[in-house]
Design a protein around this ligand. Structure first.
Ligand SMILES: CC(C)(COP(=O)(O)OP(=O)(O)OC[C@H]1O[C@@H](n2cnc3c(N)ncnc32)[C@H](O)[C@@H]1OP(=O)(O)O)[C@@H](O)C(=O)NCCC(=O)NCCS
Length: 179
């Protein structure tokens, strides 16, 4: 398995992966919503505000994950949110998601990112170091529909401590329906 951060040449394969994976897991409508979200993120977010990691095997797209910057103006720390994540339907349950996320978190740590957030199923994300946090500990940009999926981890320092003040996410993620 090769991991690449190049996405400019791989936009079509990455968006197709999200469409197919979420259509299979959550239905055609959800698949199209996530495909459109990822297409907008890839085309609109500045390089300094986004990391994209993809896992490939012999040119086949196995998995892809996106991190985008979260801004907490009252806090000095650098924060990125992991969302969304897809492992190709036929490749799930083989450890690929955990490997790709663990690799990516190591890169973010080296780049000086202090905190990673995500929003999803704790039973999976706890395997790669995330723990449940509250909206008081890290304000989401809009109120959460599923606060039980609000997760975070410190990449620098021993443990996560609350982030101060309100937050902003990148424009592509800001539609309240994604939260
Ligand atoms: C969720 C997903 C990213 C996990 O990636 P993966 O490569 O299949 O997962 P891995 O094989 O690395 O790890 C799976 C482990 O997490 C556990 N797990 C718990 N909840 C899980 C869940 N909702 N989905 C997948 N695995 C889950 C599995 O039991 C397994 O445990 P084990 O390693 O002890 O056997 C992938 O299955 C996927 O893309 N699913 C469809 C889209 C999706 O739900 N994306 C995430 C949105 S938040």
């Amino acid at each position: 398995m090769d991991i690449t951060t190049d996405y400019k040449e791989k936009t079509a394969a990455i968006t197709a992966l999200f469409l197919e994976t979420f259509t299979a897991s959550e239905g055609a409508e959800a698949g199209a919503v996530i495909r459109d979200l990822v297409a907008e993120m890839l085309s609109s977010v500045n390089a300094k505000d986004m990391y994209v990691f993809s896992a490939l095997q012999e040119g086949e797209m196995l998995a892809s994950i996106l991190f985008t910057r979260m801004t907490y103006p009252d806090d000095t720390r650098t924060v990125f949110i992991l969302s969304p994540v897809a492992v190709a339907t036929g490749q799930q349950g083989k450890g690929i998601g955990q490997k790709l996320i663990t690799y990516a978190l190591g890169v973010l740590r080296q780049e000086g990112v202090d905190v990673a957030l995500t929003y999803g199923d704790i039973r999976f994300y706890e395997k790669v170091g995330f723990a449940l946090i509250t909206e008081a500990e890290a304000s989401p940009p809009v109120p959460l529909q599923y606060p039980e999926g609000w997760l975070g981890q410190a990449l620098s320092g021993a443990q996560f401590t609350p982030l101060s003040g309100p937050s902003r996410c990148v424009a592509a993620l800001s539609d309240p329906s994604h939260w």
